[in-house]
Design a protein around this ligand. Sequence first.
Ligand SMILES: Cc1cc2nc3c(=O)[nH]c(=O)nc-3n(C[C@H](O)[C@H](O)[C@H](O)COP(=O)(O)OP(=O)(O)OC[C@H]3O[C@@H](n4cnc5c(N)ncnc54)[C@H](O)[C@@H]3O)c2cc1C
Length: 164
Amino acid sequence: MTFISKTQHADVVLIGGGIMSATLGAFLKQLEPDWTISLFEKLDEPGLESSGPWNNAGTGHAALCELNYSPAAKDGSVDPAKALLINEQFQLSRQFWSHLVTNGMIGSPKGFINTVPHMSFVIGDANAKFLRNRYEALKPNPLFRSMEYSEDHAQIDKWAPLIV
Ligand SMILES: Cc1cc2nc3c(=O)[nH]c(=O)nc-3n(C[C@H](O)[C@H](O)[C@H](O)COP(=O)(O)OP(=O)(O)OC[C@H]3O[C@@H](n4cnc5c(N)ncnc54)[C@H](O)[C@@H]3O)c2cc1C
């Protein structure tokens, strides 16, 4: 641990060297380049806790397959609002990372972000009905327009042969 003098000045003090401090610090540096920012991390290096890639599933939450962002109401209907909000937030994150890459503040995107297909697989009539309702609620939005739905075993076999 490094000790800071009681008289040392900082405009912003960030406690912890995880993704949240890194992101907030990067935002502030863009908005207020003259501010001094001090960051304190109790471990030997930043990014060793939850933000460490081996401690984290590493998926960018875009509500593509996180079904918890669109729970069914009592009547079975699905409100897409939260899933849309989460996806919009993910698009904003992508815009911010793109800005950082374009301005040379972080390296090649291939080093930290990769697109992979997402899939939600459910079993049973009730769950299939929920997934169909979710699909119908989200599909009209441009952010979800490439989403596909199927109950056809041959099609599911093509998408997920090991599961079938
Ligand atoms: C198993 C798992 C899977 C996850 N999967 C996903 C996922 O797929 N997608 C997703 O978006 N999110 C996922 N998350 C959540 C995501 O990892 C966290 O929300 C995110 O990393 C939190 O970042 P943070 O900077 O707040 O915390 P951290 O990365 O934990 O950073 C906090 C830092 O503060 C330091 N610290 C703590 N106390 C002090 C102190 N008093 N003084 C100095 N330093 C201190 C710690 O050492 C640590 O380095 C997952 C989390 C876990 C645990």
